[in-house]
Design a binder for this molecule. Structure first.
Ligand code: PDD
Length: 281
């Protein structure tokens, strides 16, 4: 696989960054993941707009223009002949060449890394059969709207979910409401067929797939309720699902062992999944 590092296209084993890079030492870095389907980027303008927003929130400066970044994404898709998967972009604050909490001199350029990952997005067992989730305390920091690479809490949640025999975790805020999944947005569908998902704020990532999905649902005339929902409400839901650039739409069939509906992916979820697959293709 060929990857991009700070202006160069190199074989992945030849890609190098400093051990003092702030992304490595402090998690002082942001990222984006854009899906690739049939060799084309999905919802990429939304991902790049969010990257710009993350930059603004943290005072990071992209060392190249956005159109140049898009050219890098396309070039890697071409070189690596990627049909289905994702393109990962990471921008860290670089380094002055030592470990120091203070920001480096303004002349220090951010470290930019871009690579592709092959992965089946449309046809995979989670998309077909749905996933089981468990709820876990949301122990992350208070700016979850910024897409930072400091993902230890997400790794711990995934690992714990796996050790409990589940596929993923829904994270629960101190007030008992679900914020989102460990690396996805969470939705439930109530018995009236309304879609319920947490409103945007600082306590969750503003998912690009979430927004696209809500637009599709709205076009279908489905009632949307953007409001917090509790774990107990989720247990009683008719259906549930998650969205992200690496899963598109995955049905959720069980929450903490509670079966939703008949325990199979729900019909509304299935319809939305098919609609999203159609627009992404
Ligand atoms: N994760 N919430 C969290 C905490 C996420 O990490 C993600 C994405 C989402 C969904 O956002 P989007 O629809 O824009 O992908 C929600 C990416 C895919 C990842 O970390 O790999």
């Amino acid at each position: 696989r060929t990857v991009y590092v700070n202006g160069s296209y190199v074989a992945e084993q030849d890609a190098k960054i400093s051990i003092f890079d702030r992304g490595f030492l402090f998690g002082d870095a942001i990222y984006e993941v854009t899906a690739v389907l049939n060799g084309r980027l999905v919802d990429n303008p939304g991902h790049l707009a969010r990257l710009e927003r993350s930059c603004g929130e943290l005072g990071l400066v992209l060392p190249i223009r956005q159109d140049q970044l898009v050219a890098i994404q396309h070039k890697l898709i071409d070189i690596n002949q990627l049909q289905e998967g994702s393109v990962y972009i990471q921008l860290s604050r670089g380094t002055d060449g030592d470990r120091d909490f203070h920001f480096p001199q303004p002349s220090v350029q951010a470290t930019l890394v871009v690579f592709t990952q092959a992965r089946k997005l449309v046809d995979n067992s989670q998309a077909r059969n749905g996933i089981r989730v468990v709820t876990l305390d949301d122990i992350r920091w208070q700016r979850r709207d910024i897409k930072v690479v400091a993902l230890l809490a997400a790794c711990l949640a995934k690992q714990q979910a796996q050790s409990l025999g589940a596929d993923d975790a829904f994270l629960v805020a101190e007030d008992g409401t679900i914020t989102e999944g460990s690396s996805c947005n969470a939705f439930i569908i109530d018995k009236q067929g309304h879609i319920i998902t947490r409103p945007l704020g600082r306590d969750l990532l503003h998912g690009i797939t979430r927004r696209a999905l809500l637009e599709l649902a709205d076009q279908q005339g489905i009632v949307l309720e953007e409001r917090p929902f509790t774990r107990e409400e989720a247990y009683q839901a008719a259906e549930a699902f998650i969205t992200s650039a690496t899963s598109f739409v995955w049905p959720v069939t069980h929450i903490d062992g509670h079966r939703l509906g008949d325990g199979a992916p729900g019909p509304m979820t299935r319809r939305l999944q098919q609609l999203y697959h159609a627009v992404a293709a």
